[in-house]
Design a protein around this ligand. Structure first.
Ligand SMILES: C[S@@+](CC[C@H](N)C(=O)[O-])C[C@H]1O[C@@H](n2cnc3c(N)ncnc32)[C@H](O)[C@@H]1O
Length: 210
């Protein structure tokens, strides 16, 4: 995991140069606008925010967003972006893997929605992180996860340290077991990658804490 954070550190400076990543975040934001419940004064948590592409696309919807990531390099880029913008309420925070997790990161702050893009597949213990999401949200709080549909491992060149996307039915069972309901999935984007080019669909899952 430390090695993975270093790998994202090294990619942070050029992360936003790939227009696909911005298009992906904007597609997920549009699907969240359409599919989630919104009200004034909401507080969000973006898990695995990277350089903040998704939170920037959603920032008008929240009073405040805690932006958590394990990569200090990603957060350095994010802090510069925030400083150079007129964004308010965006709060980068370094997540220490193996420490107190999200509970320590949030330190009791209220969060109405947790959202995440292309990060769940990097977390080895899916059940463990879903349990942390459930603990951080109040009843009725929303969880929005965008990630890869199940694939054959070619997306990450068969790297055994990541999940090869997610089977929707299996992930729904894990969400229900963690305390979520009203689980719904939609396909919101497709990543073209490799030679020859292959398409990797990206889902958006929205659920509510029971
Ligand atoms: C594929 S990138 C996606 C970044 C951003 N969400 C985007 O769509 O541009 C995955 C991000 O998850 C972060 N990450 C990896 N493992 C993590 C973990 N266990 N907890 C939180 N963030 C993690 C990485 O540092 C990286 O910023």
């Amino acid at each position: 995991m430390v090695a993975e954070a270093a790998s994202f550190d090294a990619r942070a400076e050029t992360w936003d140069e790939d227009p696909m990543k911005t298009a992906r975040a904007e597609a997920v934001a549009a699907a969240m606008y359409a599919g989630a419940r919104w009200q004034p004064g909401m507080r969000g948590l973006e898990f695995g925010c990277g350089t903040g592409l998704l939170s920037f696309a959603l920032r008008d919807r929240f009073d405040a967003v805690v932006m958590a990531d394990t990569s200090a390099g990603m957060l350095d880029v994010l802090r510069r972006k925030i400083a150079g913008s007129n964004a308010v309420g965006l709060e980068p925070r370094l997540l220490e893997v193996g420490a107190g997790g999200l509970a320590d990161t949030l330190a009791g702050e209220r969060v109405d929605m947790i959202f995440s893009l292309m990060t769940l597949h990097h977390v080895p213990d899916t059940d463990g992180i879903l349990a942390q999401f459930a603990e951080a949200l109040p009843v009725g709080g929303q969880l929005c996860i965008a990630d890869l549909d199940a694939e054959d491992g070619s997306f990450h060149a068969h790297d055994p340290s990541v999940h090869n996307g997610f089977d929707r039915a299996a992930l729904e069972r894990q969400l229900v077991a963690a305390g979520f309901g009203a689980v719904r999935f939609s396909t919101v984007f497709s990543i073209a990658k490799g030679t020859p080019v292959r398409e990797y669909p990206v889902f958006l899952m929205i659920a509510e804490k029971r």
